[in-house]
Design a protein around this ligand. Structure first.
Ligand code: PEP
Ligand code: MG
Length: 926
């Protein structure tokens, strides 16, 4: 009866409001993540499944967004709906908010659509003041518990809502612990806690400039505001930028009646995963603390027990928890990350969400779940983030280097293997300094006693993380796994002295100062002094990953090719699953030490004859280079070769010559020295020659096909080398498909003429080989004019390959060499503008990494349509850096390119991203 009436209270409040801003847990479900956030949707689903969830309600993400739209005012009706919902919770629990006799305490937690662990704020035990604490004492008959809850509340509320410095509170706690001669917070006696509460209130008042709020409704109002505001704190923004989570989603706020894990030794709290999120192994994995509140586990202040121990501590609870965990995994068909609290022997579930897992676990679990019949191969393919695949190809320590480190006694300590991968770098003890150094390109390992959300900016740029405290679910471990960073956590064999910028190894006199090299292995938990070289992972043994990628191949339409300049790159690309070479940049071959002098001679040759003679010397080198690449791309069993696109010389010639400035300095030095006539003469001549071909804007100058038109004999030599290499292999029965690519075409006449010149040479070699080589001529589309006139160009080309590095450079007018260092990253991170509090973002992402669909993408799409309109057999691919970027791959799939080409290491990512793109189009079409 009462329940009915109070429900009506909420319905009535909603009717009086422009929108329903508040949902009881019993009103939501798992599909409402957009509106209720992941946490809200998860607890709603659990509530409706009849699991033991403390009653509560969720304020929607829409309310958060409206709060920002209304200059940080609650949207109309929100507060009334909150009060009505709170009243329902009072009825359900039989308690009263602010009641002196039977007080209801609540938690106020953030919860966005996508989990952002630890990035936003939470306040626990809200609803305590000097009066309600008396009720708590009377009810529990436990003064210590009540005052402990009170002091925790003041501490948390002050930090989160009043924005005070947490350090002062810690000092008070330390002081009382020392005086009482106890080690942990849990041992501080009740009489001290009562005094601590008084001192905490004074600190809060001193720091915030106003009395600590005693009105519980005021506490609630302020806490909700603080959680809304935490959506836009720096660490949350950094995290969203890094994970490409949109900034306009907003967070929901969950208000839930408190249950207490700190009510003695039949109470406790913990977090657990239904499978091991570091390895994917199918065992319940996690940890808990008896007589503690939730934040104690995550904060890593006390070291928790493994979940398996719960079987001995509280056997009934353990069995029930195991059963619920299993049920939730079966229900969601995914590993769940669970938070629970036991209050005096009674289990409560506080959260379930899909667990963050590292790459190895993501792949293993996806494959295992297909084999267990829980999900389909399609679902498995959709579930693994392409960037996670990359982590499986992460570095590990080079064996010899590690053995040496061991032999030299450089193993310092062992901690928890919290997130795999190996890294070395300078030990840095502060997130700000780590950020500055990391951004400047210095390898950094961030070393902290434990990390907190305030350290995230340092973690984002670090190569690895080392913490002295905290378990497998501590902040450091969770964030590092999400970022794919190696992490050793809970390394209690070291003591970190932040103020002195050093750590000491317990039981020895070894000290590591800031800036010294250390190496960590997140797979074993080992920490070494000095640098240990790292090596790449062994793809051949990644059987689960291979299985997943084979499934991906069943769904994708895009071909995945690789950019490879050397036979060893080509071999690696094939091993990773590449089906062709989309770009072989031949100029890299010119840079090899024994060839560079010949190349320089060729460039500086005053006559055609001398140039030709240098080219004649280069021809055999190039022929053997190309032979090597073709051979790597031939299936040894069938003799069938994958397509290989070889690009004719592209860069401006000065790249092969000594720097003009250095040479000028040298000539001046020789002149002032005197007595070096011969050398001076030679260097002066070289200086003049280089001076003669100097350009103001070489990247817009004599390069690409312009170079080939100016010195046709270079192109002729390269074409000869390509086709003669192919002819030699064709004579051995191999079927080759060389594609000769002409770069930087802007006008069709450029292509027409280069092709005319080379066709004669090609026909001659092909004829000699008895017509056994199937070669093609094509061009790169990397200038806006080429894209705009693609219909004309396509008449002269068998294929197009989009050179999106240059196309981005020339479309935006951003120098690909300088823009990122000068201004472009500020465009993405946001500019500081005088008079504005928030940074102004100019671009959503770095267009050299993620294709700018709106501008560059439009040009590509236009070129695709125009090209195909005149040449339906035109083959279309992309070979700029974007070919390995999942978002850009999705675009390529959408506009119907034939293939993407990327660096060999990115081939697995591209296979998966291409499959996901195809599956998502299919879904949209349905
Ligand atoms: C491009 O411009 O996208 C490209 C692949 O060529 P390069 O990077 O060699 O200029
Ligand atoms: Mg280019």
């Amino acid at each position: 009866m009462t329940q009915q009436v109070t429900h009506q209270g909420l319905d009535e409040a909603v009717r009086q409001s422009p929108k329903k801003w508040v949902y009881l847990f019993s009103e939501g479900n798992a599909t409402m993540r957009n509106l209720l956030g992941g946490k809200g949707a998860g607890v709603s689903e659990m509530t409706n499944a009849g699991l033991p969830v403390p009653p509560g309600f969720t304020i929607t993400t829409e309310a958060c967004n409206a709060y920002y739209e209304h200059q940080k005012q609650f949207p109309l009706g929100t507060w009334d709906q909150v009060l009505a919902a709170l009243h329902i919770i009072e009825t359900q629990t039989g308690k009263g908010f602010g009641s002196r006799e039977n007080p209801l305490l609540v938690s106020v937690r953030s919860g966005a659509k996508f989990s952002m662990p630890g990035m936003m704020d939470t306040v626990l035990n809200l609803g305590i003041n000097d009066e309600t604490v008396q009720g708590l004492i009377a009810l529990t008959n436990d003064e210590r518990f009540a005052y402990d809850a009170y002091r925790r509340f003041i501490q948390m509320f002050s930090k989160i809502v009043l924005d005070t410095d947490p350090h002062d509170f810690e000092l008070v706690l330390e002081h009382y612990k020392n005086n009482a001669g106890v080690l942990t917070d849990a041992d501080i006696p009740a009489s001290d806690l009562k005094q601590i509460v008084g001192e905490f209130k004074q600190i809060a008042e001193r720091q915030s400039g106003e009395p600590f709020p005693t009105d519980v409704f005021q506490q609630l109002h302020k806490a909700i505001e603080a959680v809304f505001s935490s959506w836009n704190n720096k660490r949350a923004i950094d995290y969203r930028n890094f994970n490409r989570i949109p900034h306009n989603l907003g967070t929901a706020v969950n208000i839930q009646s408190m249950v207490f894990g700190n009510m003695g030794n039949t109470s406790g709290t913990g977090v657990a995963f239904t499978r091991n999120p570091a390895t994917g192994e199918k065992v319940l994995y996690g940890e808990y603390l008896l007589n503690a509140q939730g934040e104690d586990v995550v904060a890593g202040i006390r070291t928790p027990s493994p979940i398996s121990r719960l079987q001995q501590d509280l056997p009934g609870v353990y069995e029930q928890f195991k059963e619920i965990a299993n049920r939730l995994e079966q229900h969601y068909h995914d590993i769940q990350d669970l938070e629970f609290t036991v209050e005096q022997g009674r289990l409560y579930m506080l959260q379930t969400r899909s667990a963050k897992r590292n790459a190895g676990a993501a792949v293993k679990v996806a494959v295992d779940m297909v084999e267990e019949g829980l999900i389909t191969p399609e679902e498995a393919v959709k579930r693994v983030e392409p960037s996670q695949v990359y982590q499986l190809l992460l570095p590990r320590f080079e064996d010899a280097s590690k053995r040496r480190a061991e032999a030299e006694g450089r193993l310092l300590a062992k901690g928890l293997n919290a997130s795999p991968g190996a890294a070395y770098g300078k030990a840095i003890f502060d997130a700000d300094r780590a950020e500055a150094l990391g951004k400047a390109g210095t390898p950094v390992v961030l070393v902290r006693p434990e990390t907190s959300p305030d350290d995230v900016h340092g973690m984002l740029v670090a190569r690895g993380i080392l913490t002295a405290r905290g378990g497998a679910t501590s902040h450091a471990a969770v964030v590092a796994r999400g970022l794919g960073l190696p992490c050793v956590a809970g390394c209690e064999e070291i003591r970190v002295h932040e103020a002195e910028h050093l750590f000491r190894v317990v039981g020895s006199d070894v000290v590591i100062h800031e800036g010294e090299d250390i190496s960590i292995d997140g797979a074993t938990g080992e920490v070494f002094a000095g640098m240990i070289k790292t090596v790449e992972a062994d793809f051949a043994n990644e059987t689960d990953l291979k299985k997943l990628l084979d499934w991906a191949d069943m769904f994708r339409h895009l071909g995945v090719w690789a950019n490879a300049d050397y036979p060893r790159d080509a071999q690696r690309a094939v091993a990773f699953g590449a089906q062709g070479i989309g770009l072989c940049r031949t100029e890299h071959m010119f840079m090899e030490p024994e060839r560079l002098p010949i190349v320089q001679k060729m460039i500086l040759a005053p006559t055609y004859e001398e140039r030709q003679s240098a080219l004649d010397q280069l021809l055999p080198f190039q022929r053997s280079d190309f032979k090597g690449i073709f051979e790597a791309m031939v299936n040894p069993r069938t003799g069938e070769g994958y397509p290989v696109v070889i690009r004719l010389i592209d860069p401006p010639l000065h790249e092969f010559l000594p720097s003009y400035e250095d040479l000028l300095v040298e000539v001046t030095r020789l002149e002032t020295l005197g007595g070096h006539e011969a050398e001076l003469k030679e260097k002066t001549a070289l200086l003049e020659a280089i001076g003669a071909i100097r350009e103001m804007n070489p990247m817009l100058g004599l390069r690409g096909c312009r170079l080939g038109l100016t010195f046709p004999e270079i192109n002729v030599m390269q074409t000869r080398a390509i086709l003669e290499a192919a002819a030699e292999l064709a004579a051995q029965g191999k079927k080759l498909h060389p594609k000769i690519m002409i770069p930087l075409v802007g006008h069709v006449n450029e292509l027409k003429e280069v092709r005319r010149q080379l066709q004669t040479v090609a026909d001659e070699i092909a004829e000699k080989s008895g017509g056994r080589i199937d070669y093609k001529f094509g061009t790169m589309i990397e200038l806006p004019r080429a894209a705009l006139t693609a219909d004309k160009i396509a008449r002269e080309a068998d294929f197009f390959s989009f050179g999106t590095n240059d196309l981005t450079q020339t479309t935006f007018g951003f120098s690909r060499d300088d823009a990122e260092g000068k201004f472009l990253l500020h465009y993405v991170d946001g500019l500081d503008v005088p008079g504005l509090k928030d940074k102004v973002k100019i671009l959503p992402s770095n267009p050299f990494q993620t294709l700018d669909r709106e501008g560059v993408g439009q040009l590509i799409q236009m070129a695709v349509e125009k090209g195909r309109s005149v040449n339906p057999h035109l083959e279309l691919g992309i070979c700029g850096e974007h070919g390995g970027d999942p978002d850009s791959i999705e675009f390529c799939s959408e506009i119907g390119l034939d293939y993407v080409s990327c660096s060999p290491f990115r081939v697995p990512i591209a296979r998966l991203a291409a499959a996901q793109a195809a599956l998502s189009h299919a879904e949209k079409d349905r």
